[in-house]
Write a protein that binds this ligand. Structure first.
Ligand code: SF4
Ligand code: SF4
Length: 381
């Protein structure tokens, strides 16, 4: 059996994190990572390790998110915030092109969808690596390729950080997507704050990652370091109180279009679309043309859309999903059933964001349990 240490993991001291940022930046990447803003962990541009959320953690419940202080100075001691890397790879709005009137014709102006510098994502969780792989399948590996996503994704450097704690809303363990990131990263760090020191066990996932690591002052990880890291990630799996039973889920949902639970959830759902906006795999967009009042300048924008809006299913003459029941059923059935037919995987990675950021605390794991006819374990309707 190959132990983790034999795979030559390295130890990077926490105080060397700034050097990691500098090494990545010197290779031309724009660093994007977690920081504290407006009472949440959000992803943003960063130049210094001091901008990372040292000493912060998050508490999450259905419809509830709070930051609170940790007792240590762990830098990645939170779970996931409202944003995912979709913010950068598949942004909420993109100007596709603009046009200026020139006499009797229009001149098309260059689009601005290309990024100046490649992105380096720092702090990508296992469920987020899985979500990026799902969006790769949808936006790159299907019949049509999205050139905006492709340009951003193909150049991106992914620095994962393994989860060593879980939120009450996480259920990645039951989806097989976490809490350990096994693929889809260039480097993966496991943060340890223990008597052995504040340090990271670093695993290399690609040649690009190895090139960055080679520029840093590291030491070989010992077996004890690796076992401590493995135990910390196992602890995050053990902490998870939610799970989604995926056994036969496709047939279950296809056979239950008329289940009374859809009326129950419809009575609570506000059709606010929060769940689709925060979801790292939801990808639907709409295209909108706008002109200025003179009619001399026009723009075409692509914006994230949601199956929770009435206009989303508008076909000549009206919307085909006028009720919140039809929209919630569409969303959940697509996520967990028809996504499998379309793309070969579930559309859910168990990140729990749709549970935390639903203003009325609707919980996809509970909805599945109710349709299965199982007992509600979280005390919700
Ligand atoms: S459906 Fe909910 S739990 Fe699943 S990936 Fe989307 S936001 Fe995360
Ligand atoms: S399930 Fe919750 S987050 Fe999603 S649309 Fe309904 S109320 Fe909004």
């Amino acid at each position: 059996m190959i132990t983790v240490a034999q795979e030559q993991h390295a130890i990077l001291q926490a105080k060397q994190l700034q050097k990691l940022i500098e090494a990545v930046s010197s290779k031309g990447y724009e660093i994007l990572g977690p920081t504290v803003r407006d009472g949440a962990i959000v992803y943003d541009r960063m130049e210094s390790a001091e901008e990372l959320p040292a000493g912060w953690t998050d508490e999450q419940e259905p419809g509830r998110y709070r930051l609170k202080r940790r007792e240590d100075q762990a830098v990645f001691g939170y779970v996931v915030g409202p944003q995912s890397w979709k913010k950068y790879l598949h942004p909420a709005e993109v100007k596709l092109w603009a046009a200026e009137r020139q006499g009797a014709t229009f001149r098309i102006l260059n689009n601005e969808t290309k990024t100046k510098r490649p992105y380096a994502f720092l702090g990508v969780r296992a469920c987020e690596c899985a979500a990026i792989a799902i969006q790769d399948r949808v936006l790159l590996e299907d019949k049509y390729r999205d050139p905006i996503y492709q340009e951003r994704r193909s150049r991106a450097l992914v620095i994962a950080v393994q989860c060593t704690q879980a939120a009450a809303t996480c259920f990645c363990a039951s989806m097989g997507t976490g809490p350990r990131a096994k693929a889809g990263f260039d480097l993966a760090l496991t943060e340890l704050v223990s008597p052995g020191g504040h340090r990271f066990v670093v695993e290399t996932g690609s040649k690009r990652g190895a090139e960055v690591l080679a520029e840093l002052q590291t030491a070989p990880a010992t077996d004890a370091d690796c076992h401590e890291a493995e135990a910390a990630v196992d602890g995050a799996a053990a902490q998870q109180v939610r799970r989604l039973d995926t056994q036969g889920i496709k047939d279950l949902l296809y056979q239950n279009f008329e289940h009374p639970r859809w009326d129950n959830v419809a009575a609570r759902c506000l059709t606010c679309a929060n769940c689709t906006m925060v979801c790292p795999t939801c990808f639907c967009t709409a295209v909108e043309d706008v002109t200025d009042v003179t009619g001399n300048h026009a723009e075409r924008w692509r914006r994230l859309d949601s199956c929770f809006t009435q206009s989303f299913s508008y076909i000549h003459g009206g919307s085909i999903r006028t009720s919140s029941k039809a929209r919630y059923r569409q969303w959940m059935t697509h996520k967990l059933a028809s996504w499998i037919d379309q793309f070969g995987t579930s559309g859910c990675v168990g990140c729990g964001r749709c549970i935390t950021w639903c203003p009325v605390g609707i919980d996809i794991t509970e909805e599945v349990r109710a349709i299965r006819g199982e007992e509600n374990t979280h005390g919700k309707p």
